[in-house]
Design a protein around this ligand. Structure first.
Ligand SMILES: *Cc1c(COP(=O)(O)O)cnc(C)c1O
Length: 401
C-alpha cells in the first residue's frame, strides 16, 4: 500500500471549489500586493496566537530574518539557537552578520537544553531562538527566566507549531517575536511560500511593518534598510479557506499520534515482555516521541528514534521497499554544516549529533487512513523483527536473552 509522508491532495481536494472561488475573488479584485485578504489572515493569526500584532510575510524564513532586523541584530552580536533544527533558524542569524551560537537539545523532546545555553551565553549574546520542533512547545518558562537574567530578546521559531500550546498558552506570542511558516509541509500548508510574524510590542511591530516593504515610510523615504518580505493576497485568500478546518486537522494528527503511541508500546512490550527488567527494555531499539505538552502538541512530525548504529537507515530502506514515506529531520546538525565550519563549533552539541543518526519521521498527516497507518506499523514491526533475528545471539527474542 502506498503511504506518502504527506498527502496534500487529500487535504486540498475537498476544498477545491472554495479555493477556486478565493482565487477568482483575488483575480477580479485586481489587487495583488497586501490588501484586505492579508489583513484578515493577520487578524485571525493574531487571535489564534494571543498576540497583539501579526504581520504577513513571504516565508517562515523571512519572518525570522525580519525579527532579527527589527531587533537591530548584526555584526558583533551573538544569537543562541538549537543545533538540531531546520537550517533557516541558523541561516537567518548568519545573514544579519551576527554569529549563531549552537546549543544542544534534549534527547526526549528534541527541544533546546537551556543548561547548554547557560554555558554558552556571553557579553555579546543579544537573543535566543527557541524552536518548537515537530510541533511541541519548548519549556518556555526556563527560556523566559534565562532571557530575563541575561537581557536577551526571545524569537520563537514556531514554523512547525501554529496552535501548539505551552501550559495552555499558544506559542508565538510568548516571546519578543514569534515566527510561523505556511510552507506546504507545515500544519497550515499554503500553496507556495508564506509566513507570519507576531509580537505584542507595538514599536517593534511598526518597525517590522516598515522593514517588510524596504524600510520606507512614507513611500520612497527610507530611514531603514528593509527588503521585500510581503505575503501575497492570493496566498492569504487560499489560507483563509483552510483556516476554519485547522482545529480538525490538529485533532486528527493528535488521534494518529495517540494510535502510534499505543501500538508501539504494545509492540515493545510484546517483544520485551511486560514488566521486564530495565536491561531488556533498554535493548528494544525503537523509542517513540515523548509528548510532555499533552493536547498542546500539534504533531507536525511524528519522529521515532532508533538506537544502535545503522538501524534507522535499515528501517528506512524497509519502509521505502513497502512504498511508505519517511524522512530524516534532520541528518546534519547545524554545528556540523559546511557553511558554519569557520565557526569552529562542530562537536559542541553531542545530543544533536546523536539524534541526527537516530531520528526517522513517519506519516502523521490528518488524512492518514487507519489501513494506511496499519501498513506503516506492519512495516516497522517486520523490519524491527528482522533486525532482532539477525542479532549475534541467533534469533532469540529479546526477552530470552
Ligand atoms: C520550515 C521552517 C522554517 C522556514 O520556513 P519557510 O516558510 O520554509 O521559509 C524555519 N524554521 C523551522 C524550524 C522550519 O521548520
Amino acid at each position: 500500500m502506498i503511504v506518502p509522508l504527506l498527502d496534500l491532495n487529500a487535504q486540498n481536494d475537498p476544498l477545491a471549489p472554495e479555493l477556486k472561488a478565493a482565487f477568482e475573488r483575488v483575480l477580479s479584485s485586481g489587487r495583488f500586493i497586501l490588501g484586505p485578504e492579508v489583513k484578515e489572515l493577520e487578524a485571525k493569526i493574531a487571535e489564534m496566537t494571543d498576540a497583539k500584532y501579526a504581520i504577513g510575510v513571504s516565508s517562515g524564513t523571512d519572518a525570522i530574518l525580519l525579527a532579527l532586523m527589527a531587533l537591530d541584530i548584526g555584526p558583533g552580536d551573538e544569537v543562541l539557537c538549537p543545533s538540531f533544527t531546520f537550517f533557516a533558524t541558523a541561516g537567518c542569524i548568519a545573514r544579519t552578520g551576527a554569529k549563531p551560537v549552537f546549543i544542544d537539545v534534549q534527547p526526549d523532546t528534541f527541544n533546546l537544553d537551556i543548561r547548554d545555553a547557560e554555558r554558552k551565553v556571553t557579553e555579546a549574546t543579544k537573543a535566543i531562538i527557541p524552536v518548537h520542533l515537530f510541533g511541541q512547545a519548548v519549556e518556555m518558562d526556563s527560556v523566559a527566566d534565562f532571557a530575563d537574567q541575561n537581557g536577551l530578546a526571545v524569537i520563537e521559531d514556531a514554523a512547525q507549531a501554529l496552535g501548539a500550546k505551552y501550559k495552555g498558552r499558544p506559542v508565538g506570542g510568548l516571546g519578543t517575536f514569534g515566527t510561523f511558516s505556511f510552507f506546504p509541509s507545515k500544519n497550515l500548508g499554503g500553496f507556495g511560500d508564506g509566513g507570519m510574524l507576531v509580537t505584542n510590542d507595538e514599536k517593534l511591530s511598526e518597525k517590522a511593518v516598515t522593514l517588510r516593504a524596504h524600510g520606507s515610510n512614507p513611500k520612497y523615504y527610507h530611514r531603514l534598510i528593509g527588503g521585500n518580505f510581503r505575503l501575497d493576497p492570493l496566498q492569504a485568500a487560499l489560507l483563509l479557506v483552510k483556516l476554519p478546518h485547522y482545529e480538525e486537522y490538529t485533532r486528527l494528527r493528535q488521534r494518529n499520534a495517540e494510535r502510534y503511541a499505543r501500538e508501539l508500546v504494545k509492540l515493545a512490550s510484546s517483544k520485551t515482555g511486560s514488566g521486564t527488567s530495565e536491561r531488556e527494555r533498554t535493548q528494544w531499539p525503537l523509542i517513540p516521541p515523548v509528548n510532555v505538552q499533552g493536547d498542546g502538541h500539534i504533531w507536525n512530525q511524528y519522529t521515532l528514534r532508533l538506537t544502535e548504529p545503522g538501524r534507522r537507515d535499515r528501517l528506512r530502506k524497509d519502509l521505502n521497499a513497502n512504498e511508505i514515506g519517511s524522512e530524516i529531520y534532520y541528518p546534519v546538525p547545524m554545528d556540523a554544516q559546511d557553511c558554519f565550519a569557520h565557526l569552529n563549533q562542530e562537536g559542541t552539541c553531542p545530543v544533536s549529533t546523536q539524534l541526527a543518526n537516530e531520528v526517522l519521521s513517519i506519516p502523521i498527516y490528518p488524512e492518514l487512513r487507519v489501513d494506511q497507518q496499519d501498513a506503516v506499523l506492519a512495516s516497522l514491526t517486520s523490519g524491527l523483527l528482522d533486525m532482532e533475528s539477525e542479532r549475534p545471539s541467533g534469533g532469540a527474542s529479546l526477552a530470552q536473552r
